[in-house]
Design a protein around this ligand. Sequence first.
Ligand SMILES: *Cc1c(COP(=O)(O)O)cnc(C)c1O
Length: 518
Amino acid sequence: MKYISTRGKLEECSFEDVVLAGLAPEGGLYIPTHIPSLPDDWKTAWENLSYQDLAVKIISLFVSEDEVPHNELQALVEKTYAVNPLAFRKDSITPLIEMTPQKLYVLELFHGPTYAFKDLALQLVGNLFEYFLTRRNKRKSPGEKPEKLTVVGATSGDTGSAAIYGLRKKDNISVFIMFPKGRVSQIQEAQMTTVLDPNVHNLSVSGTFDNCQDILKALLADKEFNEKHSLGAVNSINWARILCQIVYYFSAYFQLRKLPSFENGSEIQFVVPTGNFGDILAGYYAKRLGLPMGKLGVATNQNDILARFWKSGAYEKVDPKSPPVEGGVHATTSPAMDIAVSSNFERLLWYLAYEKAQGTGDNEKRAAACTQVDKWMKDVKKSGSVDLTDVLTAAQRDFVAHKVDDKETLKTIGEYYSGEKGGKSYLVDPHTAVGLSAAELFASTSDSKSTVQIVLSTAHPAKFADAVEKALGENSSFDPKTVFGNLLERERRVEHIEGAEHELVGLVKNVIDKFASQ
Ligand SMILES: *Cc1c(COP(=O)(O)O)cnc(C)c1O
């Protein structure tokens, strides 16, 4: 399997290059050259596989045997999804929980080290980075300098901790995570800064998340600095992250079919709390691979650029009817979905453009799709919006979308906790609550009577304790300490980056220069 960039015409890259580079040089995102085929007997042959074995089957569809030999991929996957208190805490890795009435299920994706779904991907990405670097270094002649990788990231919370847990203790890799001082939750900050491994560096930066992201962009664009340190990125555009996430859609399907409550012939709808469109895009790939499902449900919070697109076909950063007060986004109770634009949406747009493209051969259509996506993305960058009505109907064939506001989100947490909904007391985090609430709307507006819904649960409720406490009031027995123990009191290590805005990039560079080579 080879990869092309959504804006790069036809140049093909290896999986290794795609994983290590993250973003394509001209700003595009990598996608596989084609959607592979499942083996004819996948439904029976894969039915009883462990999560790990299923992951190997799916990942190897997208990674050629001559790039990563099968036994080495198997070893990487087994190391990644190890079941123990420090890695994944459940045998099934992503358990499916049954709600009643029995047409609703929750897929829990938060049983990894940092209690959010990003662990499923970033644990494997860390191992892939290490695997490729080690292999490159083995091929070098004695005396040649080993290749190193300096991973830099900007986080408003969950990505940073998941990346740190995925990269700690890895040979030849150092990781620098910037977060806005005082603007990530206490638990998130503690999860990052209590990791004391010498290759992990936390930078608490004065300013907002946007400042951190601007610093990151400046570092990546600085050719000399980039070459000196071989910078790598772990943000949600890395193809390997999408790839790992396809696995749990299949796992959910097999778990569902084994439940006595499942009626054969029911249509399955996955509903996904969505920000950067990475989690749900993996569902789209699962659908294209042939996993039987109905329309995927996009659930957004008040930052609803996607929900607005699926209504009107306009892709607009700012909703003219409800412009955000500060920083380009609305601050909500589901902060991991507070985005202005959804970076992975570009990958879906490529497929929609390909479908529309005029041309005879596959190559001609691919090139036309790249040209179209490049133009759309430049328009968004320049003017903050682009008209996509041409591809709206095609997009509506595979997706429905709905926005859920904070009030509804908190109400939903309460309704599931009390058992008024779901048939038992079940506590969810605010992101999952956005999914549950949207699922209800999708169910009530669908024509199909036999739809079964699976809502993806993206974080453990204790991780977003403030919102959960607000939803439940004082009388609940909810206590995040039972999950995180003394995390908040543990020893921390963090570099403080304080200065005027124009000085920040220089200050961050100094810290990287000081620590990266160690
Ligand atoms: C990152 C994140 C999301 C959004 O996922 P995308 O892939 O960006 O759509 C949702 N919930 C939680 C808890 C997250 O950390």
